[in-house]
Design a protein around this ligand. Structure first.
Ligand SMILES: [Zn+2]
Length: 201
């Protein structure tokens, strides 16, 4: 592994620890990836590791051209989603997948919806390129499945660097580990606002 990849993974591990203490990756759930320094490579977290205790050695290298998931250490079940998102978005450097109570239930509450629209929230500006709360944004909701490979093949264009997996969690990505973290925090905040508004309105 190149030194620059080690440095990037160390940054990612800081975010993974923050996610774990923030309730975003309980019970070894959640998975994470970065683009490798070597062209057309990435590193994805291994399966079954406590996400508050990840080490650089817990990330597995994959080719973005011809990924082979039969690695000695079992990769995350959702590794094909990370690979697909990094293949689709040339400017994405990091993908984060989180499971919280709120981001799990939101897609079940909006059971028939294909997206959730957010409008009027200052926090919409957490997403790169969104300049005003007056610009409505739509976050897609994709139905959950255990056929992860098949799911990744259905991905079309994403207007925002995120989506909700119904009853499961969320994916976000960014052009750095820290931009991806900002997108995750912003999305989580917006989801919590929607749920809180249902209680009071
Ligand atoms: Zn998951």
């Amino acid at each position: 592994m190149r030194r620059i990849d080690v440095l990037k993974l160390e940054e990612l591990i800081k975010v993974c620890r923050w996610m774990n203490t923030s309730g975003l990756s309980p019970a070894t759930s959640g998975n994470y990836s970065i683009r490798g320094d070597k062209e057309d490579t990435c590193f994805v977290s291994a399966s079954g590791v406590d996400k508050g205790n990840l080490r650089v050695a817990d990330f597995l290298e994959f080719s973005l051209r011809e990924p082979d998931y039969n690695t000695e250490i079992k990769p995350s079940d959702e590794a094909p989603i990370h690979v697909k998102l990094l293949q689709m978005h040339a400017d994405a450097e990091c993908v984060l997948h989180a499971h919280s109570v709120t981001n799990t239930i939101i897609g079940l509450i909006y059971a028939d919806a294909e997206y959730i629209e957010f409008s009027g929230f200052e926090m919409q500006k957490a997403f790169t390129g969104i300049k005003t709360h007056e610009e409505p944004i739509r976050v897609p909701i994709i139905d959950n499945t255990q056929d992860i490979m098949g799911l990744a093949e259905t991905f079309g264009g994403f207007e925002l660097p995120c989506f909700i997996l119904r009853g499961h969690g969320v994916y976000v990505w960014g052009n750095s580990v820290w931009q991806a973290k900002r997108h995750l925090e912003g999305l989580e905040f917006l989801i919590e606002c929607k749920l809180a508004m249902r209680r009071y309105m």
